[in-house]
Design a protein around this ligand. Structure first.
Ligand code: HEM
Length: 163
């Protein structure tokens, strides 16, 4: 059983590296670099939008893997007793992590689906002033997502200190 726990925890950590690393890469590398690629706002939005779309294919999968493997990790982490989730400090830390993951998923997909589509459409129609306003709102929610990811990883490390 130990070997299965080991492999599943590794898959969980590798998915977290990919998901968190990729998300920060988009914001710290792809977006700033896109301004150096072209001054054409329409083209730039299309480039960043397409890279984001391509990355989203993998984030959908890695997020699903994170949730499934996370549930598996939870079984041994709570000593196979779900009441430990509410009655112990390590359980409550995990509970906060799970709630934050839920909030992060809602904020991320809500932002991508609602604002992402609007920005792409406004860029296609050449309505750049409206697009810029919409992008500011969308960026705010993206930074909230990144902030939540930071806190989730801090909580993930905190879980180690109860073992
Ligand atoms: C964005 C989503 C998530 C990220 C980035 C993430 C990140 C991580 C990381 C980096 C670790 C390794 C911690 C360590 O060993 O020091 C970990 C472990 C763990 N995660 Fe997650 N996780 C996510 C989602 C979840 C979910 C949804 C659950 C539960 C349903 C969960 C439950 C656990 C458990 C129980 C452990 C084992 C704790 C330990 O090794 O001490 N995770 N997670």
């Amino acid at each position: 059983m130990i070997i299965i726990d080991f492999i599943i925890l590794w898959i969980h950590i590798f998915s977290a590296i990919f998901f968190v690393g990729g998300s920060f890469f988009i914001w710290l590398v792809v977006v700033p670099a896109s301004f150096k690629i072209t001054d054409d706002e329409k083209l730039r939005t299309r480039i960043v939008g397409l890279i984001g779309k391509q990355f989203a294919l993998f984030t959908d999968i890695t997020l699903a893997i994170l949730v499934i493997t996370g549930i598996y990790n939870t079984t041994w982490y709570l000593n196979y007793d779900i009441s430990n989730l509410f009655d112990t400090q390590y359980g409550l830390t995990l509970l906060v992590k799970i709630i934050l993951v839920g909030i992060m998923i809602v904020v991320m997909y809500g932002n991508n689906i609602y604002h992402g589509k609007k920005i792409m459409n406004l860029a296609r129609e050449g309505k750049f002033e409206e697009m810029r306003k919409m992008r500011k709102v969308s960026h705010f929610f993206s930074y909230v997502t990144l902030g939540l990811l930071l806190v989730i990883t801090i909580l993930a490390v905190a879980l180690q200190f109860y073992l």
